[in-house]
Design a protein around this ligand. Structure first.
Ligand code: ATP
Ligand code: ZN
Length: 300
């Protein structure tokens, strides 16, 4: 198994990635994208057959959603804020002087009403306010997301795509749907030759208070992760997560069951770059000699 550095070098040398000066930010070539899109399509097909509605959001989100969902309490160091120049903060010539002198120019910037989107499903919940149909809803969506976590691990990116499915409905139905997806995802990854490991997991909550949140998440089995080897056979990397939110979003956004109770929600998400990296790490950099059945599934 290649180390982090060896895999990164191989991705560039074999024409999958284009380098940049920022850790966790890479260009993707067609060679990489066809694998990623092959996997993305498989997930879309499963979602479509299950009756999910396909929606799409841009990779930004209303700042208020970040506030209402408690993101700044839980993950303040991951959030990507968006700022732009406004004249009230200083004159344009002064701004240019700072830029050209190589100095920091952020004093001239003002926060915009949007931030970068931290998870593909976040923009969805505010749109669901109101009463749900009897059987609830199921949504399929893919988006670029941002997390400020620079790393030399090629599998820890700052900007990457998440393919998520979200189920909104009655508690039992939502929980069952989440657990069924765990099995389905595991079968899918196994069929692509990936060795999977399943575990109850916790989000990387910030600070001391975060330890409690993480312990609760584990005790209640709110988050399950499927991990696979990418740059280490011992330290596996999560490629998919399966999250049960209870009535958190239902309450926050007034998403109601037909009887008026708040709806429960769950989301499942694949890290598309991570799945692609796992495939390359497992089957090698020459896609032409990957197992025929894997290439066929991915339409390669
Ligand atoms: P991790 O524990 O690795 O930090 P996470 O628990 O924060 O991940 P989720 O919020 O559950 O991840 O995100 C859903 C999926 O997105 C993960 O299962 C993973 O496949 C992918 N993912 C998360 N963070 C990154 C990242 N920095 N780079 C690439 N993919 C990621
Ligand atoms: Zn989600």
């Amino acid at each position: 198994m290649l180390t982090r550095k060896e895999l990164t070098d191989a991705l560039i040398a074999h024409g999958f990635w284009l380098p940049s000066n920022v850790p966790g930010v890479w260009g993707r070539t067609e060679r990489f994208e066809v694998i990623l899109e092959g996997f993305d399509s498989i997930v879309s097909d499963i979602a479509r057959k299950a009756g999910a509605e396909r929606v799409s959001f841009p990779p930004v989100i209303e700042r208020e959603v970040i506030r209402n969902t408690g993101y700044m309490e839980s993950f303040p160091e991951l959030c990507g804020s968006i700022h732009s120049y406004r004249e009230e903060r200083g004159s344009h010539p002064d701004l240019i002087r700072q830029v050209e002198a190589g100095n920091d120019w952020t004093e001239f910037l003002e926060p915009m009403p949007v931030t970068l989107c931290p998870a593909a499903c976040y923009p969805l919940y505010p749109t669901l306010s109101g009463s749900l149909p009897e059987s609830g809803r199921e949504i399929d969506l893919t988006s670029y997301v941002f997390r400020a976590e620079p790393s030399d691990d090629p599998a820890r990116l700052q900007s990457f795509r998440m393919h998520e499915n979200v189920r909104i409905g009655k508690p039992d139905a939502v929980k069952r749907w989440r657990d069924d997806w765990v099995e389905r995802a595991r079968d899918l990854l196994l069929s692509l030759g990936l060795e999977t490991d399943l575990a109850v997991a916790a989000d990387p909550f910030f600070g001391r208070g975060g330890k409690l949140l993480a312990a609760n998440q584990i005790a209640e089995k709110l988050k399950i992760e499927i991990s696979v080897p990418i740059t280490s056979a011992e330290e596996l990397t999560a490629v998919a997560s399966f999250n049960y939110h209870g009535d958190k979003f239902g309450t926050t956004y007034g998403i109601a069951l037909p009887d008026g109770d708040p709806a429960h929600t769950a989301c499942i998400g694949f890290g598309l770059e991570r799945v692609t990296l796992a495939l390359i790490a497992t089957h090698g950099t020459d896609v032409r000699i990957w197992p025929a059945q894997v290439r066929e599934q991915l339409s390669l």
